[in-house]
Design a protein around this ligand. Structure first.
Ligand code: SF4
Length: 319
């Protein structure tokens, strides 16, 4: 990790918006590109129980059009927004899975040439990202001098949870892949996804100690960013069926605010916190239904952090 932490005067944590503002000098948005290759884990193994791919799809995406056309449409869509530059965000499914990676990278290589593209972001699974793909991406980042991020799902370090949500890989193999990327592909940046409130057995969710153990372990990994989400049960998922049959507790707003204060205090201060709250579309959301909007919740978290004098990493120790 080369970047030094940049704390905003208002945010008591190392936010992604601060990072890009410092690095690029302007506000940077993300333009979702759907390569329409789907998710191989879903195709082959029924996928993660919580996942409904269409709940992540931006409303402006026409996935039947070419990737470059989607990029141009996205730029047009944001024309009057606060953003001046963008990442091309290949978020949906497994765009780097072996049999489609070359197509995704070809499309991405065209988009990265645009001046207003600061880099690429790819959704990636630790068990579906091989060394030849990493080599190509590492070279592309070097040649273009632009950022290439892999967004790797971890969700939890606990085997019981990973099995129950049908994640399809364990924590040890995930760590092995992170270490391989960090050691051999230094131009690639890694962002890890973690979900709080996951079920670990029928009707039973992870304890707070288990959730915080995931944060402690993740903070020791050689990664650049993390995205924290609260579990959202969305329509047309296996999780929604399980929830209907055998309901389990979901996290309340108040609890989540206090949990995030602990999470931020345990997060290594060198790791960018790129997200604090999940944001599935309300049209697909079953539970939890929270009253406060995301921006209000973020303000509440920041207020509590300041009130309790908590900063990112204030409770993080390496021994
Ligand atoms: S979370 Fe990712 S890996 Fe899991 S089913 Fe959804 S797209 Fe596939």
């Amino acid at each position: 990790m080369n970047e030094s932490p940049i704390f905003s005067v208002v945010k008591p944590y190392f936010s992604f918006s601060n990072y890009v503002k410092e690095k690029f000098g302007v506000k940077v948005g993300k333009i979702s590109i759907d390569t329409n290759f789907g998710c191989k884990h879903k195709e082959n193994n029924k996928g993660c129980t919580f996942c409904n791919l269409s709940s992540y799809r931006g409303s402006y995406i026409d996935s039947s059009s070419e990737a470059t056309a989607q990029w141009l449409q996205g730029v047009e869509n944001y024309k009057n927004s606060r953003y001046q530059k963008y990442y091309a965000y290949f978020q949906l499914g497994t765009p780097l899975q072996k049999d489609v990676a070359s197509h995704s990278i070809k499309a991405a290589s065209e988009i990265i040439k645009y001046d207003d593209c600061v880099g690429l972001m790819f959704g990636a699974r630790s068990d579906m990202t091989d060394s030849s793909t990493l080599e190509i991406l590492n070279d592309l980042a070097s040649k273009t001098d632009k950022e290439i991020w892999l967004e790797m799902g971890l969700q939890s370090i606990h085997k019981q949870t990973l099995d129950f949500i049908n994640r399809g890989h364990d924590y040890d193999s995930f760590v092995e892949k992170i270490n391989e990327i960090s050691k051999n592909y230094k131009n690639i940046k890694i962002s890890v996804h973690v979900i709080f409130g996951l079920p670990k057995a029928s009707g039973e969710i992870e304890t707070e100690e288990e959730m915080l153990a995931t944060v402690r372990a993740m903070s020791l990994l050689p990664i650049h960013a993390v995205k924290y989400h609260h579990l959202q049960i969305v329509k047309n998922t296996n999780l929604a069926l399980q929830y209907k049959k055998n309901p389990f507790n979901t996290l309340s707003e108040e609890y989540y605010i206090s949990l995030m204060c602990k999470v931020i205090s345990l997060t290594n201060k060198n790791i960018i916190i790129a997200r604090l709250i999940g944001d599935s579309s309300s049209s697909t959301l079953i539970a939890p239904i929270w009253e406060r909007r995301k921006t209000i919740l973020l303000q509440s978290i920041e207020k509590d952090l300041k009130y309790f004098s908590i900063t990112q990493g204030s409770a993080f120790y390496t021994n």
